[in-house]
Design a protein. Structure first.
Length: 416
């Protein structure tokens, strides 16, 4: 049976830890590169005087990056193996690009954290692991790279594991795995390394293909944010009124007793419709249209939930906010807040504390919000939002703030 489950993963590490080379090696060894791409990169590598193919060029798509040899933006790559489909978000290592990591990692199932075997766990490793933990990424794969430069030493590898485990015990990450690799030489990336017989685990690609990700989605809390109301004006569907959207979490079944939030009206699910016909049940992340037995006023931004399991309805939210904009945040300034299919106005009432990303300490004295800052804030919205905590539900627990004047997304937040 061909299982084409989609796995999203993000890569993070310090500058020159070899992230772009690792992704290049993954694409190259799993035969996921087009021939014309390969020819162009072989040509560029030759021009630069490299002996072989410079694998990092596969992902460094922006011209600035190719010239400086660094990754600035989030580069997305897609590839497929017989077991799975993958989307890679290659995010930058520099301190000033924290926001890109937050963007690239927000929907990932797994994060690959690269550590240079010669330098061990450094400040950047801690920051990236902390952000991965903050974004509730279920699986962390720590790849100890450049093992070829430490003579494939098991002792060096074990030292890095000890350093990482000492630090990561403070983080809320359920599943951490370690793999010794050499991205440049291809050891333990797609194929098992002959240079490290002491490592008994699987290579990186096999680990990614076999990660258990079905339980990453919240299957308990049924949440259905309504995106639009479907009312076809034709003879066959004269009285049809369907509420269309994407199930954020949980399972919805025909006949379920449901409540429409925020109005609180209750009804039962009459049918669950898709373009392929009707279903008896649907689950996240399927897109469906739901009809109800009673004629209730439901519109975009409302949420259909099970009557015995409701989200929190509140105008006052405590949020971990990552500021994404060049301009500083203004307290009590009005922003648009977007949460699932709901758009409201909101203001930042208070900055509770700021996190020093390097020491992970809380700073309660600094109340400014500048680009790349991560802070705990209190937000007040004009109308109530139906939220869950981000730890429980990554879809109904996330918000973004938009500047109405420029229409720029200025912040991304996780509801506490």
């Amino acid at each position: 049976m061909k299982n084409n489950q989609l796995l999203r993963f993000t890569t993070a590490g310090s500058v020159d830890d070899g992230k772009s080379t690792l992704i290049g090696r993954l694409l190259y060894d799993s035969k996921s590169i087009f021939e014309d791409q390969l020819e162009a990169i072989e040509l560029t590598s030759k021009k630069r005087g490299h002996d072989g193919v410079d694998l990092a060029l596969f992902t460094d798509g922006l011209k600035d990056e190719r010239e400086q040899g660094i990754t600035i933006d989030v580069a997305y790559r897609y590839f497929t193996t017989p077991k799975r489909k993958f989307i890679i978000a290659d995010t930058p290592g520099h301190i000033q690009y924290t926001r890109n990591m937050v963007t690239g990692a927000s929907s990932a199932n797994a994060a690959i954290i690269l550590v240079d075997a010669r330098h061990g766990v450094i400040e950047q490793t801690k920051r990236h692991s902390f952000i991965a933990s903050l974004l509730n990424i279920p699986h962390l794969i720590v790849c100890v790279n450049k093992m070829d430069l430490v003579d494939f030493s098991e002792e060096t590898y074990n030292n890095v594991i000890d350093q990482f485990e000492e630090f990561s015990s403070k983080l809320l990450v359920k599943d951490v795995r370690f793999i010794p690799i050499s991205a440049l030489k291809g050891d333990n990336v797609v194929n098992k390394s002959e240079n490290m017989p002491w490592y008994q685990g699987a290579p990186m690609l096999h680990t990614l293909e076999t990660l258990h990700i079905s339980s990453d989605i919240n299957k308990i809390d049924a949440r259905f944010p309504v995106q639009t109301v479907i009312r076809p004006q034709n003879d066959t569907h004269r009285d049809y009124r369907g509420y269309a959207g994407r199930i954020a979490s949980g399972v919805i079944r025909k006949g379920d007793e449901v409540t429409v939030m925020p109005s609180g009206f209750t009804s039962k699910v009459k049918s669950i419709d898709t373009d392929k016909g009707s279903l008896n049940e649907a689950y996240a992340p399927m897109s469906v249209a739901i009809t109800l037995e009673d004629d209730i006023d439901v519109s975009r931004g409302d949420m259909i939930v099970r009557s015995n399991n409701k989200p929190t309805v509140s105008q006052d939210l405590e949020v971990m906010l990552c500021w994404l904009n060049n301009k500083e945040a203004k307290t009590n300034a009005k922003y648009s807040i977007r949460h699932t299919s709901n758009d409201q106005k909101a203001m930042i009432k208070e900055v509770v504390y700021k996190i020093n990303i390097n020491s992970l300490e809380r700073d309660i004295t600094d109340k400014t919000l500048k680009m790349n800052d991560i802070s705990k804030v209190r937000i007040r919205t004009t109308k109530p939002l139906m939220v869950d905590s981000y730890r429980e539900n990554r879809t109904t627990g996330s918000i973004i703030l938009v500047d109405d004047a420029t229409n720029e997304t200025v912040a991304a937040g996780m509801v506490i």
